[in-house]
Design a protein around this ligand. Structure first.
Ligand code: FAD
Length: 523
């Protein structure tokens, strides 16, 4: 198409008329009369950004990119597309940190949500309440980054309770999936910590929704993969922020001891909620050269060689990572509380490691990893990442079939492999997010760091992992799902599929929104 041929040849003007005349979105006379016309761009830079994402494997070229300066601009665009005789697709793009083109819109319009941030006049992040008033929440634009939300709330001595490992993601982007990390077992995913939202539906209606008001849209949009509306504001729960964090890792050579201890640490039975851990994750250490990974530098250099000896001996070492927050008034009790929590755990004696860092440095721990990869030119390479939820009853099979028989044997996995459990009762089944049907399930994240050439080999391995799980009857669910056929999507949603479809018909009947997910627009 004309747009394809212009990619790679930067244009001089952002309002380059020749291409607009050829562009189906602009050709529409009615659109010419709308005031958003000046905010639509089809210049090289705008199109290049909108047709790429963190995954760097899928590239879909939109007809145009909206740089909104108000919520109204988004309403106008969606209304126009909805009422147009030939509706076109629209995708909100947060940070574009999806890996399979989920925020793209081939021949449609991508809304560059981050453009809103400069036009909020200070209202992009508004904290209400204080610790002394006893209530607090933050109203946040869907375009805002979690790091900015955290910094703004910390100024009031407050913070959200549930995060992602990496904070340079938008609120709208993570709420469209779930938003998970080591806090999820205790506080639920980020979608479980939202009180209210403003959403612009696929018909262009601005709707305020909550569990009390317009609840169908509220539950649809949370974990809704962008299918029901564009989230332009979310009201998020806050708690008083702690000051510091005890961050501990312990090593295991036995998978069942590793998972047994993880499960015991996340179970709140018998442990007072108040004294429970604030964060729990787990990871594999397989690299015989270093026990570190790109996301964090943790182990003392002097201990590297004895950890590597373990890896050489056992092939895979399993590492539990936990954190306990503390404050001035818990400064003297935190070590004792950790000791109690660790009683009876079966890590390898002598292989526990502890760090004591500030709360913000802990939450923002992945950023130094990003900087490291940026400096090595490894941040913008392809990312064939695979994230799965695995039911607890099959986690041991998963270890033998996937970790031992595929990952270890092929020896091509690079980067981070995360393995940690969460409690189903911290998720709300009315929301669109899909999880396994067991009280405890694990998240497994294969977060590869590779060069530019070998992503297809990793992708083949991903397919083999999924196929092997299927063959063995392990009912995994993909997190940040990517499927090619309607049948696969139906299987993914299972019992929720009918509701998902009904909600689509109600809130986006012309199937305009987030076509890059390829659920309803999969050809
Ligand atoms: P985008 O990729 O821009 O969009 C994602 C989807 O949401 C698209 O379909 C888009 O159309 C839609 N969308 C975007 N904004 C809105 C909106 N305002 N309203 C409605 N729909 C919208 N995830 C975790 O849960 N935990 C992690 O720890 C974690 N760590 C990560 C670390 C890195 C380095 C990366 C690259 C990703 C990580 N992710 C993690 C995945 C991340 O949560 C998702 O990729 C998320 O979609 C990224 O947000 P984004 O702002 O980049 O969204």
């Amino acid at each position: 198409s004309f747009l394809v041929s212009t990619l790679g040849k930067p244009k001089l003007s952002t309002n380059c008329l020749p291409s607009k005349f050829q562009n189906p979105v602009y050709q529409n006379r009615k659109l010419q009369n709308l005031d958003i016309i000046s905010k639509l761009r089809d210049d090289h830079d705008a199109i290049k950004l909108a047709s790429s994402d963190y995954g760097n494997m899928v590239h879909e070229i939109p007809a145009s990119v909206l740089y909104p300066t108000s919520i109204n601009d988004i309403e106008t665009l969606i209304k126009f597309a909805h009422n147009n005789s030939a509706p076109f697709t629209i995708a909100a793009r947060g940070q574009g940190h999806s890996v399979r083109g989920q925020a793209m819109a081939r021949n449609g319009v991508v809304v560059n949500m981050r453009s809103l941030k400069n036009h909020r006049n200070g209202f992009g992040i508004t904290v209400s309440g204080t610790p002394s008033m006893g209530f607090f929440y933050v109203d946040v634009g869907g375009e805002q980054l979690w790091i900015d939300v955290l910094n703004a709330t910390l100024e009031h001595g407050l913070a959200p309770v549930s995060f992602t490992d990496y904070l340079y993601l938008t609120v709208g982007g993570t709420l469209s999936n779930a938003g998970i990390s080591g806090q999820t077992f205790r506080y639920g995913p980020q979608i479980s910590n939202v009180y209210e939202m403003d959403v612009i539906t696929g018909e262009g209606d601005f709707v305020t929704c909550s569990p009390e008001k317009n609840r169908k849209l509220f539950y649809a949009a949370l974990g809704g993969l962008g299918q029901f509306g564009i989230i332009v504001r979310a009201r998020i729960a806050l708690e008083p922020a702690p000051k510091r964090v005890k961050w501990v890792r312990m090593l295991y050579n036995d998978f069942s001891a590793f998972t047994k201890d993880q499960e015991s640490l996340i179970s709140l039975n018998g442990r007072k909620q108040k004294n429970a851990l604030n964060y729990l994750e787990g990871l594999l250490i397989m690299d015989k050269g270093t026990p570190e990974n790109w996301r964090s530098t943790f182990f003392p250099l002097s201990d590297h060689s004895r950890i590597i000896s373990l890896v050489t001996k056992y092939g895979i070492i399993y590492c539990i990572e936990v954190a306990k927050y503390y404050d001035d008034h818990t400064l003297n009790s935190v070590d004792k509380e950790l000791q109690v929590l660790f009683e009876g755990l079966s890590f390898i004696p002598g292989f526990t490691f502890e760090k004591d860092i500030s709360y913000i440095d802990f939450l923002n721990r992945v950023q130094s990893g990003e900087q490291k990869l940026q400096s090595q030119g490894l941040w913008d390479t392809p990312h064939p990442w695979l994230n799965l939820f695995v039911p607890k009853s099959h986690i041991s099979d998963f270890n033998s079939i996937v970790f031992k028989d595929i990952v270890l044997k092929r020896n091509i996995t690079t980067g981070v492999v995360l393995v940690y459990p969460m409690n189903r009762n911290k998720w709300d089944d009315r929301m669109s997010a899909v999880i396994p049907d067991e009280d405890v399930f694990y998240t497994i994240g294969f977060l590869h760091t590779i060069g530019f050439n070998d992503w297809e080999t990793i992708d083949l391995q991903n397919k083999d992992i999924l196929q092997s799980c299927y063959n063995a009857g392990i009912e995994v669910k993909q997190y940040l799902p990517n499927y090619k056929t309607m049948e696969d999507w139906q299987n993914h949603f299972g019992m929720k599929w009918r509701t998902f479809q009904e909600r689509k018909a109600q809130f986006d009947p012309k199937m305009i929104l987030s076509p890059g997910q390829r659920i309803f627009n999969n050809n």
